[in-house]
Design a protein around this ligand. Structure first.
Ligand SMILES: N[C@@H](CCC(=O)N[C@@H](CS)C(=O)NCC(=O)O)C(=O)O
Length: 225
């Protein structure tokens, strides 16, 4: 498999974590989002929406032409179904829904508002200055992370009622789909000057600390690419 990605892109980081957790080898292909003109084939042929990440499935997976999958959440769900080892989503239907709901708090509600093309549009043509753009970014990250914290708190009580031990990560004692979404967002947040410790999100930051010690997260970190 090949992963077309950009190291600092949150959705790319999500997929790298999922691949690492499942112990899958892949060839990373760096697409520099700041130099689109350097990758004409990527933008004109491979990626219809011009976004990263994109997973290319070749070799044993597919004997004919390579297949390209876009959208990080679809890629991760594909990996989960094709390579069930080290499950990223729990078995129980209600637990699965809780994990997806955490993941979507980041992937659907937070990240799309702060994606590079949105930030660029705020700059031009909307001509918002750097301070206002940073306020925009930090506002939506704060809203998203506070919502995540409330969900984690609800899940803490839910687990207690169900007789389940407290979670080490977002759900239970295994890194999973929700963490794949949360961790990149937390790693990227300080880039715009957001001080995470000022947000009063202790459960979320506890998950972050535990996850950052995990080898799959360390191997997938933007600094490694
Ligand atoms: N929903 C997409 C979002 C992907 C996305 O927004 N990627 C950003 C990087 S974080 C991108 O490629 N941006 C290019 C641009 O904005 O020009 C996914 O989850 O894969």
């Amino acid at each position: 498999m090949r992963l077309y990605h950009f190291p600092q892109s949150g959705p790319s980081f999500r997929v790298r974590i999922a691949l690492a957790l499942k112990g899958l080898n892949y060839e990373p292909i760096r697409i520099d989002l700041m130099k689109r003109e350097s990758h004409p084939e990527y933008y004109e042929v491979l990626s219809p929406d011009g976004l990263v990440p994109l997973l290319e499935i070749t070799g044993d997976e597919n004997k004919e032409a390579p297949i390209h999958l876009g959208q990080s959440m679809a890629i991760i769900e594909f990996l989960e179904e094709r390579f069930p080892q080290q499950a990223l989503i729990p078995q129980d239907a209600l637990h699965r829904a809780h994990v997806r709901s955490l993941a979507q708090t980041i992937a659907c509600d937070l990240h799309p508002l702060n994606n590079l093309r949105v930030m660029r549009y705020l700059s031009r043509p909307l001509e918002l200055d750097a301070g206002t753009r940073s306020d925009w970014y930090n506002h939506w990250v704060t809203e998203g992370l506070k919502a995540y914290e409330k969900r984690l708190d609800g899940l803490r009580l839910f687990r207690k009622r169900q007789g389940l031990p407290p979670s080490i990560y977002s759900w239970g004692d295994r890194l999973g789909l929700a963490d794949c979404c949360l961790i990149p967002q937390l790693v990227n947040a300080p880039r715009m000057g957001l001080e995470l410790t000022s947000l009063n999100i202790p459960l979320t930051l506890g998950v972050f600390e535990n996850a950052m010690a995990h080898s799959a997260v360390q191997a997938s970190h933007p600094d490694r690419f």
